[in-house]
Write a new protein. Structure first.
Length: 357
């Protein structure tokens, strides 16, 4: 009678082909993480150069550098240094700010609709700015400061009202949409109660425009970004953990509520600073994150979203300034025309796969 001898079984080794496929996927992911941001950064540089050098008033590259280093060319120096260059700088900075702010909210709340211009933060800035323009006759930097404060106050109210038992993504989105409706009603009421000239001034700001760009505004916006962008980079690891869910993030050693609050503060600060500089430019925050995620193969990074936002703003404002001869469309009009179909497409495809609602 023979006895079967059971041999010990070690860990099962994956097939060589599967291991090679995993290594190839990792290499492709690393290449994509380097290649996509590099190409986007190059696109921002090209669009910036096109924006400054071309258009209704064109500059040669030698003239550009001569003016940049202090030589005075009558007419051309003023157009470049006081109009085109500050406008391009602010366009780039607000694109980065809106893009990263949108990606922070959409990733943190795991909802593609959770961007600052959808959940009420931009509307808070708008309502505050219109109040300042209509009721107190404010203009220039004062409007920007009031818009910044209004966005922060509304964001704090949204956070506090949605915080019961911890901030849930759907609850914050719903509370934000409610605030957006109230703020929009307030803006409409104020515009109907003022004279045509004041209403026109308010509408220019509400559409989102770079027409009032100046070096002072660029300096203030750059100062905010110098503080907020490093903070966003530091918090990016926590954001990736929170994207997996609260339990998984806590298992990774992340202090969930502290990290969430810090990310909300950074996202609100970026959106508020960008809105204060150029008005509520529509759909930049909403578009940048999903586009960046598609370009990165579903992964997405804050850097990529910021670069996508800068590309959209520069391209949209250049088109708005040169599409119709003699007419300068605000950048918010062009981005709104781009963003509305994208919103409808996102809603349709999300519902189709059971993610909407």
């Amino acid at each position: 009678m023979s006895t079967a001898v059971e041999t010990p079984r070690g860990p099962r080794t994956p097939p060589a082909g599967a291991a090679e496929a995993v290594r190839a996927a990792r290499r492709q992911g690393r290449r994509r993480r380097v290649l996509v941001p590099s190409l986007l950064a190059a696109s921002v540089f090209v669009l910036f150069a096109v924006y400054v050098l071309l258009g209704t008033y064109t500059f040669t590259i030698p003239d550009f550098f001569r003016i940049l280093f202090g030589e005075q060319i009558p007419g051309a120096s003023y157009i470049l240094m006081e109009s085109k260059l500050p406008r391009a700088v602010i366009g780039t900075l607000i694109g980065v700010g809106f893009g990263i702010a949108g990606a922070v909210f959409q990733t943190l709340l795991r909802n593609p609709l959770a961007s600052p211009d959808i959940i009420g933060i931009s509307y808070g800035a708008s309502a505050s700015a219109v109040c300042a323009i209509v009721l107190f006759g404010a203009a220039g930097t004062t409007v920007s400061v009031v818009a910044l404060v209004g966005a922060l106050v509304v964001a704090l109210a949204i956070y506090l009202l949605s915080r019961r038992g911890g901030v849930a993504g759907y609850r914050l989105v719903l509370v934000g949409i409610g605030f957006a409706a109230v703020m929009q009603a307030l803006v409409s009421y104020l515009l109907t109660r003022t004279d045509i000239r004041t209403a026109s001034e308010a509408l220019v700001w509400l559409n989102g425009s770079l027409n009032n760009s100046s070096w002072d505004r660029a300096a203030v916006l750059a100062a905010f970004l110098l503080v907020l962008l490093p903070a966003a980079a530091v918090l990016a690891r926590s954001l990736r953990g929170l994207e997996l869910g609260d339990d998984a993030a806590a298992g990774l050693g992340i202090r969930v509520e502290t990290a969430r609050l810090a990310l909300i503060i950074v996202g609100v600060g970026l959106a508020a600073a960008a809105t204060a500089a150029a008005g509520p430019v529509a759909f930049i925050a909403f578009l940048s994150g999903p586009i960046a995620r598609r370009l990165m193969g579903g992964e997405g990074t804050l850097l990529t979203a910021g670069l996508v936002g800068a590309c959209i703003v520069l391209a949209a404002d250049f088109v708005g300034a040169n599409l119709i001869p003699g007419v300068t469309l605000p950048v918010g009009v062009v981005t709104g025309a781009l963003g509305a179909p994208f919103l409808l497409w996102l809603l349709v495809t999300s519902n189709r796969v059971g993610q909407g609602g």
